[in-house]
Design a protein around this ligand. Structure first.
Ligand code: HEC
Ligand code: HEC
Length: 156
């Protein structure tokens, strides 16, 4: 069967769009159960693809000193979560964090360079790590730009 040039053109367009789609931020389709249990209780579950494997290894090796909190786990659970994080980590240099904070990666700064300073200090936000204050679907891993709201005070 011969394919029409038009169909081929459409197929090519779809293929070209694939990397962009793959780049959309999502939680893995089947998050690890231990991660779900242990890493979404104090804050929302941060998508593993927002840091590098090296970052996650370092974080999982210092859970007793976790951004001022003690998030210590038994070694078995910790190792299981680390495998999940490593498998879904980013390989991009722009997602390597010097401080282990996602909010301090070059990628994050770039994506948010148009967010006004007063939005970050708004009482409803408090911390850049509080993704859900602006991204209404963050807990479900949805960071679509069409689903972002700035806190009221910052919109003025
Ligand atoms: C006992 C509470 C607690 C648990 C459990 C916990 N965290 Fe956290 N986590 C925190 C606190 C507190 C912060 C700092 C939040 C802030 O600055 O607003 C934080 C920050 C983070 C950040 C940095 C966010 C940013 O960009 O600033 C990451 C990534 C993170 N946690 C991952 C994890 C992972 C992975 C686990 C599971 C192994 C986990 N956390 C379990 C309390 C916890
Ligand atoms: C103070 C509000 C605010 C907070 C807090 C915030 N963001 Fe954003 N974010 C925005 C705005 C505004 C944009 C720009 C939307 C646009 O491109 O029009 C954005 C863009 C993004 C994008 C790009 C979306 C796209 O479709 O291009 C991602 C991904 C993202 N943020 C992730 C995060 C993560 C992860 C966190 C928490 C660690 C976070 N954001 C915290 C306001 C916020």
């Amino acid at each position: 069967m011969r394919h029409s040039p038009r169909l081929i053109a459409i197929a090519a367009l779809c293929l070209a769009a694939l990397p962009a789609l793959a780049d959309k931020l999502r939680l893995p389709a089947t998050p690890n159960a231990a991660w779900q249990e242990e890493c979404t209780s104090c804050h929302l579950g941060y998508p593993p693809s927002l840091l590098t494997a090296a970052n996650w290894r370092q974080m999982m090796g210092s859970l007793d000193r976790h951004f001022g909190a003690n998030a210590r786990l038994d070694p078995g659970t910790r190792d299981q979560i680390l495998v999940f994080l490593e498998q879904n980590a980013s390989t991009k240099e722009t997602r390597q964090s010097p401080s282990l904070r996602i909010s301090e990666t070059p990628w994050f700064r770039h994506e948010h360079d148009e967010v006004p300073a007063r939005a970050w200090s708004d009482p409803a936000v408090k911390s850049a790590a509080n993704c859900g204050a602006c991204h209404r679907g963050a807990a479900k891993g949805n960071y679509d730009e069409h689903d972002v709201v700035l806190p009221v005070a910052a919109r003025r």
